[in-house]
Design a protein around this ligand. Sequence first.
Ligand SMILES: Cc1cc2nc3c(=O)[nH]c(=O)nc-3n(C[C@H](O)[C@H](O)[C@H](O)COP(=O)(O)O)c2cc1C
Length: 227
Amino acid sequence: MKILVLNGSPKKDLSDTMHITRAFLEGMKEAAPQEVRVIHTVDQHVEYCSGCFSCMRNGGVCIHDDDMRSILEEILSSDLLVLSFPLYCYGMPASLKAVMDRTLPLSRMTMRRAGDRYEHVGQADFSRLRYLMVCGCGFPNSRNNFEAAVLQFSLSFPQNRTILTVPESPMFNVKEAESVTVPKLEQIRRAGRQYAETGEVGEDLLKEIQSPMIPEEQYAAIVNGGV
Ligand SMILES: Cc1cc2nc3c(=O)[nH]c(=O)nc-3n(C[C@H](O)[C@H](O)[C@H](O)COP(=O)(O)O)c2cc1C
């Protein structure tokens, strides 16, 4: 399986969220061999989409000649596309959003009805691609926090998608927190194994993963310099 990770954290390999992503991929690897490529979006030269739509009319060729050309090729030759990012202002960081906007050449201008909404017709065949969102965040609450990012990902990738959200994720980079982060990463590894074996992660395991590692009030107190 060829896996492309688009890492939207400007902290690159030191990203809190990448701890979650690496654990999930390790779990997958226990079940099946894999080839992983990680692209740190903050390092890429990706111009903002100009909104001219010429790519959609023009056989998928963008007016910008930058790193997005090779990123699109990487996406199309992958089996699994992973968006790994910290929640920023209830969404994804700007460098990753810029990459997402620039995937427009993969679609045609033509739109078709899909259930209760419309979508563009693909300009390339990515029917075999599966999509995984891994998102960490700094608050202890998942409700009233992750919803916009989850909805955006779900609308962007209506099929073959899996979403992992983990609150309190700065703890993954704190040695003193290992008594709770190590078991959480083990749960996530288990989820990766399950995903590689069955193509999905069970609802119960997803719920366990989404739950805070320590009680919300305790986490807030630690962040605030108390306890
Ligand atoms: C610009 C900015 C915006 C943020 N917005 C949110 C947010 O909306 N909700 C939240 O819970 N945490 C927010 N955070 C905290 C990060 O999601 C958190 O620190 C995360 O663990 C960073 O992950 P990373 O190390 O993978 O980059 C924000 C952080 C920054 C720098």
